[in-house]
Write a protein that binds this ligand. Structure first.
Ligand code: SF4
Length: 258
């Protein structure tokens, strides 16, 4: 007689599975998730450049200091680099980020014929807007998606941060060898193309929150995970822990009485 599978309803195919994960984590973290801010796309791009390998609190403080010191983005672009560097001192590598931000601001001005604004991206399809942004120096898929989704443009572009990426790998949504950059296209392709910005945002936030609150980098809390039945990593981890426990029990049983 064949035994019943432990988890009989596990969907097959990456798209079906991605949707199951989305539904489950949305129920867990309360979708629709409120937007955390609504600023113009140029400000959002600068925020994204500041946030690289920096805690949110530090990049937020640097952004506020930058805005307090310079009244406009033109003033940031044209300031002595050392002054921009001082203003963004709370971030990691301010000495690299200050010249990079100024380079990006100059590049946008040149490509837009003297205008320093990204509001025109509202008129472009998402893919075209992402390509435009990703041709700026140092702007990759995460920054381009964040600029389009988190800003008041509210375009359905999916950012993937390190938490989101870790959860997606462990769930088997993307291969373990896929780096964060290439993961953007793979994970975006698993979402229905007609999803609006709110649903794409919910997807990103729910996977990110799961990485922060349950699927920790070290010691993920698989026992209480809402998607354990969909997760090969979590099931293998728990099976190996059970195996180690029962091996320990057998050794204890074999110990001679003292
Ligand atoms: S089962 Fe474990 S490894 Fe898998 S998503 Fe949940 S916490 Fe992460």
């Amino acid at each position: 007689m064949s035994s019943l599978p432990l988890f009989p309803e596990v969907p097959t195919g990456p798209i079906a599975k991605a949707l199951r994960v989305h539904e489950r984590l949305c129920a867990e973290y309360g979708c629709p998730i409120p937007w955390f801010r609504s600023q113009d796309p140029l400000s959002e791009l600068v925020s994204a450049l500041l946030s690289h390998r920096t805690r949110n609190a530090s990049s937020g403080a640097a952004f506020r200091q930058l805005r307090a010191r310079f009244p406009t983005w033109e003033a940031v672009r044209d300031a002595p680099c050392v002054e921009v560097q001082e203003a963004i001192s709370p971030v990691t590598w301010p000495e690299q980020k200050a010249p990079r931000i100024q380079q990006v601001l100059r590049c946008i001005t040149d490509r837009r014929g003297g205008e320093l604004s990204l509001d025109f991206l509202a008129e472009l399809p998402v893919r075209e807007a992402r390509d435009w942004l990703e041709h700026l120096p140092g702007v990759g898929p995460k920054s381009s998606a964040a600029t389009l989704l988190f800003s008041r443009l509210r375009k359905p572009a999916l950012p993937v941060d390190s938490h989101h990426h870790r959860v997606a790998v462990r769930l088997g949504l993307i291969p373990e060898t896929t780096a964060v950059g290439p993961a953007h296209r793979l994970l975006e392709a698993q979402l229905p193309p007609d999803w609006d910005a709110q649903r794409v945002y919910d997807n990103h936030e729910a996977l990110m929150l799961h990485g922060q609150r349950c699927c920790f980098y070290r010691e993920p809390a698989c026992q209480r995970c809402a998607v354990l039945d969909l997760c090969p990593t979590g099931q293998a981890r728990l099976a190996s822990q059970r195996g180690a426990r029962s091996a320990g029990d057998s050794e204890e049983e074999e110990l001679p009485a003292t």
